[in-house]
Design a protein around this ligand. Structure first.
Ligand SMILES: [Ca+2]
Length: 442
């Protein structure tokens, strides 16, 4: 029996970058000396505790006879009955620890001739970055196995890897093709000779997601491979029992049987979180750092849009940068042109400036308000209402720097609420101050 831990160390050795995570502890690893650094959730067997469904499981509908033929053993038959605890073979047995006895998920009996496809689907409930998928069979492996992945919770599926004794005939893929930098998102087909991998003592499939892909050691800088290893769901389709299986022609009691399924990977947080938690709605999400947010830390927080979001790398944590809104806004918008124009230093535009402020940084007063220079621009009272006199002023808009309203002839005062020397108040709304006519009554 191949354990998860053996696989873990096998892949940790295969990819040096995975060795880093062996040293993770409970500390916040996203900061070092208060500086943001690239961080990762722990490497784990991501199927543990996940929802696994199978298109076919023996004994669910009717009690049925199951016969398994293990290598170097005689055919062993038993009864599968979901109403009897000792005779069950549910999908839970794919992820149990297999102690003390090896437990197997077993499909319903397959009728000859083909097709024989039966699928297992694993729903992660969130994006994960996968390193390997390992399937340990209870008997000889099927003739063909296809692994598919979805990045959108099962709406679309793309091939991940094929295994078959006849890759071209069955999947239309030449066996053992070479992957170049131009086709790194292509699924390969590996010949499956008798369904047995030479590395293991039990029929096993071990698919390493990055193996043979040129950028596998440069994952940080390869968006294509970052996508390639990302999945929210995995589907495994078993197809066609061995053609040379002596049972094929005579028995109607053939089954797919898997004792262990493990998928190595980690919760996808784009280098901005070192753990994932279940939120109040029961959904998995990253505990985002570096001023990022989203279930995968895939965007900057609303006030941290001064630079474009980027995945953290070992060289640069790409922390999201706060916009300077002088305390008058909690939201800004990234503008690419401004960012380019600034020489990649600042591209944020503050939105919905409060306290009667306006401008890209909420740094001046909006129309009909003026700047009170006795307080700082960040002060809530930095902008005061013009409050121009309804009759004395020609308009409502004052000088934004000193608050002076545009007074009509003969009217003075910041608000235009006084008559100038030599003028007297009238009852007219149009001419509120009239020149005194001197000497008329002299
Ligand atoms: Ca098991």
């Amino acid at each position: 029996m191949i354990s998860f831990h053996r696989l873990f160390f096998f892949f940790a050795l295969l990819y040096p970058s995975f060795q880093d995570i062996l040293d993770l502890d409970e500390e916040d690893t996203c900061y070092e000396n208060n500086k943001p650094v690239f961080c990762l959730p722990k490497f784990e067997n991501v199927v543990e505790g996940k929802k696994i469904t199978a298109s076919s499981t023996c004994g669910l509908k009717n009690k049925s006879r199951i016969c398994l033929k293990k290598r170097n053993e005689y055919l062993k038959c038993d009864v599968c009955d979901s109403t009897d605890r000792t005779k069950q073979h549910p999908t839970d047995f794919l992820t149990d620890s297999d102690t003390p006895n090896k437990t197997c998920w077993i499909s319903e009996a397959l009728m000859t001739p083909p097709p024989h496809n039966v699928s297992i689907r694993i729903h992660f409930g969130k994006s994960f970055e996968l390193t390997y998928i390992s399937i340990v069979f209870c008997q000889d492996a099927p003739d063909s196995v296809a692994l598919y992945k979805s990045m959108d919770y099962g709406q679309h599926w793309t091939p991940f890897q094929y295994y078959s004794s006849s890759c071209m005939d069955f999947y239309g893929v030449r066996p053992n093709q070479t992957i170049t930098r131009d086709n790194e998102q292509e699924a390969l087909c590996s010949p499956l000779k008798g369904g047995v991998s030479a590395t293991y003592d039990t029929p096993t499939i071990a698919f390493s997601t990055l193996e043979h892909r040129p950028n596998s050691f440069n994952l940080d800088n390869s968006p294509v491979l970052q996508d390639w290893v990302t999945a929210t769901d995995i589907k495994i389709i078993f197809d066609r029992l061995l053609q040379n299986n002596a049972l094929a022609s005579s028995y109607m009691t053939m089954h797919y049987a898997v004792s262990d399924l493990s998928i190595g990977g980690r919760c996808k947080c784009n280098g901005h979180a070192d753990r994932c938690i279940t939120d109040e709605f029961g959904r998995l999400k990253c505990v985002c750092k570096h001023n990022t947010e989203g279930r995968d830390c895939e965007r900057c927080k609303p006030l941290y849009q001064d630079k474009p979001w980027a995945r953290a790398t070992k060289q640069n944590a790409n922390e999201c940068v706060r916009c300077n809104c002088n305390g008058h806004s909690n939201v800004c918008r990234f503008n690419k042109e401004l960012y380019e124009w600034s020489g990649h230093t600042s591209g944020g535009i503050c939105q919905d400036c409060k306290h009667n402020t306006a401008g890209r940084f909420c740094h001046y007063c909006k129309e009909k308000y003026y700047r009170d220079v006795t307080v700082k621009i960040s002060h809530e009272q930095a902008c005061k209402a013009c409050d121009c006199h309804h009759y004395g002023s020609k308009g409502k808009v004052c000088n934004s720097a000193n608050g002076q309203c545009p007074c009509k002839v003969g009217v003075i005062g910041r608000k235009c609420n006084l008559c100038a020397t030599g003028y007297q108040q009238t009852r007219s709304k149009i001419v509120p101050c009239q020149r005194k006519i001197s000497g008329l009554y002299n």
